[in-house]
Design a protein around this ligand. Structure first.
Ligand SMILES: Cc1cc2nc3c(=O)[nH]c(=O)nc-3n(C[C@H](O)[C@H](O)[C@H](O)COP(=O)(O)OP(=O)(O)OC[C@H]3O[C@@H](n4cnc5c(N)ncnc54)[C@H](O)[C@@H]3O)c2cc1C
Length: 488
């Protein structure tokens, strides 16, 4: 009889857990996947990426309808949004993707799926639905939940988080959003475009604090022009339920208090790791406020127990969770030591315009004490961007002292899609001269990447030195516009 029931047990059926389960089962490991909800898919499918991007697209189309005149079309008065219908569209996209993340599919791959909330009883066993289950290796992939601050009155005041916002019965007339990270800012723009009066409340002086200020400020300007109000550098003193409305009292930098009233409050102030009830304290798996501690092979303080995804508190993205799931499969099933490396982990905030990033931005370069230079190219110089009616944004390339690329930030239309070329450039160690010489189709937004790489090289090619050399060797005659026109 084998000493353990399973080769690998995975707790959490979201992006990280599903990646491990699919990889391990297909490699022939006896795999158990445990999920506490009734369906697989996790936050991304049900309360995160999928509903938010579906809502953002709906809001974008509505915004275009309202702004038809800017495209040479007749002005139209659009009827108000019926959120029940929007909600049905969101649900239909979720339902389609759900088939890919179904219990049946994972069973067909060879994994056993169980629903329930397990708790560790020893380093190799959990108690699940009253029964003990053991595995040689375990993976904790339980994700994260919205962080709820201990602000006075919040526990007495109804509020929503990402769990409820896509499932509202009707569009709120007004909403105060606490926090200004990617989730907060994406929702601020989407709901404002749909017709909600949105106010964003932020502790620090910048939205999207991980991004460079110039890029984040551009996004804030766009949102302000669309009607979103911002209160930066403020703290929330207290909240109160007034019945049909809620009151939010702020204190600004000069200690003046400001009272806001709104139908809904969205709390989007970061994420807490889902560690409760797992019994980690009893088996020596260390964690803190941010998440479970892991080494670069994603092993916890118990080497046969791994953690992947949001639960580690590191890079809280679906693609990071998937990447980490792959690292766990390599280490736990293949026994090939593989380390996580986040140097070129990309990400994108799906505002309009989008803000996408790979490698270092100016903030991170400064923090690391790296000397850098910045090369930019605005979207207003890109022909396709103008044809699309998009003039906001720029691409920003950071180079080190040896002119080696450190990172790229793109603020502009379809920035997330445009970033993929740079993901290949960075991971494939492609030279900027190769990118600049590669023919890109005209007119495309992607030409902006070729152009920013080209500006660096054109400085060298069109230098005085090269000009003098060519003049010397080939007797070139120099500038024509100011000279006399030869008459026959
Ligand atoms: C509004 C919003 C928008 C987002 N948009 C994007 C985006 O555009 N792009 C992007 O890359 N990322 C986005 N994210 C982040 C992304 O959703 C997460 O990074 C991703 O879901 C993390 O995957 P995970 O597997 O770690 O956790 P999850 O997907 O949360 O999966 C964890 C699973 O574990 C289960 N679980 C929890 N506790 C237990 C327990 N005790 N026992 C058993 N099961 C348990 C949960 O029910 C869940 O199914 C967004 C997040 C939010 C909230």
């Amino acid at each position: 009889m084998p000493p353990y029931d399973f080769d690998i047990g995975i707790i959490g059926g979201g992006a990280a857990g599903l990646t491990v389960a699919s990889g391990a089962a297909q490699l022939g490991a006896k795999t158990l996947l445990i999920e506490k909800e009734k369906v697989l898919g996790g936050d991304c499918l049900h309360y995160g990426c999928v509903p938010s991007k579906t809502l953002i697209r709906t809001a974008q189309v509505y915004h275009l309808m309202k702004n038809s005149k800017a495209y040479g079309l007749p002005a139209v008065k659009v009827p108000p949004v019926d959120f029940q219908v929007v909600k049905r569209r969101i649900q239909s996209v979720i339902d389609t993707i759900q088939k890919h993340d179904s219990e049946e599919r994972f069973c067909s791959l060879g994994a056993k799926v169980e629903f329930g909330e397990p708790s560790f009883v020893d380093e190799h066993s959990v108690r699940l639905n009253g029964k003990p289950v053991s595995a040689k290796n375990w993976v904790i992939a339980t994700g994260s939940s919205p962080s709820i601050p201990a602000t006075e009155g919040l526990d007495q005041t109804p509020y929503i988080t990402n769990k409820e916002i896509f499932y509202l019965d009707r569009l709120p007339s007004s909403m105060v959003i606490l926090g200004a990270g990617p989730i907060a800012i994406e929702m601020a723009q989407a709901f404002s475009r749909l017709g909600t009066k949105v106010t964003v409340v932020q502790r620090s002086g910048q939205i999207l604090t991980k991004e460079d200020k110039d890029m984040a400020d551009e996004i804030m300007k766009v949102l302000i022009s669309e009607g979103v109000t911002f209160h930066l550098n403020v703290s929330v003193l207290r909240l109160k339920d007034l019945g049909s409305e809620k009151e939010i009292v702020l204190k600004d930098g000069e200690a003046k208090s400001v009272s806001l009233k709104a139908e809904q409050i969205l709390v989007a102030m970061g994420r807490d790791p889902n560690v409760k009830a797992l019994g980690l304290e009893g088996i020596g798996v260390e964690f803190d406020r941010k998440g479970i501690k892991v080494d670069d092979r994603l092993r916890t303080t118990q080497k046969h127990i791994y953690a992947a995804g949001d639960i580690t508190g590191a890079y809280q993205f679906t693609h990071a969770a998937g990447y980490e799931g792959g690292i766990v499969v390599s280490n736990a099933i293949f026994h090939l030591p593989r380390r996580a490396n986040y140097t070129f982990l990309p990400w994108c905030t799906y505002t309009d315009p989008e803000l996408a990033s790979v490698g270092m931005n100016e903030k991170r370069a400064r923090e690391a004490g790296i000397d850098y230079s910045v090369w930019t190219e605005p979207f207003k110089n890109n022909d396709r961007s103008l044809a699309e009616g998009e003039e906001v944004g720029k691409i920003k390339l950071l180079l080190d002292r040896n002119e080696k690329p450190l990172g790229i930030q793109i603020l502009g239309p379809q920035a997330g899609e445009l970033l993929s070329e740079w993901v290949a450039v960075f991971n494939g160690k492609v030279k900027l001269s190769t990118l600049a010489a590669a023919v890109h189709p005209y007119p495309t937004l992607g030409e902006i990447s070729k152009r920013v790489a080209g500006t660096l090289l054109s400085r060298k090619i069109f230098s005085d030195r090269v000009r003098k050399g060519l003049k010397f060797f080939f007797n070139l005659k120099g500038r024509a516009c100011a000279g006399d026109f030869p008459v026959a």
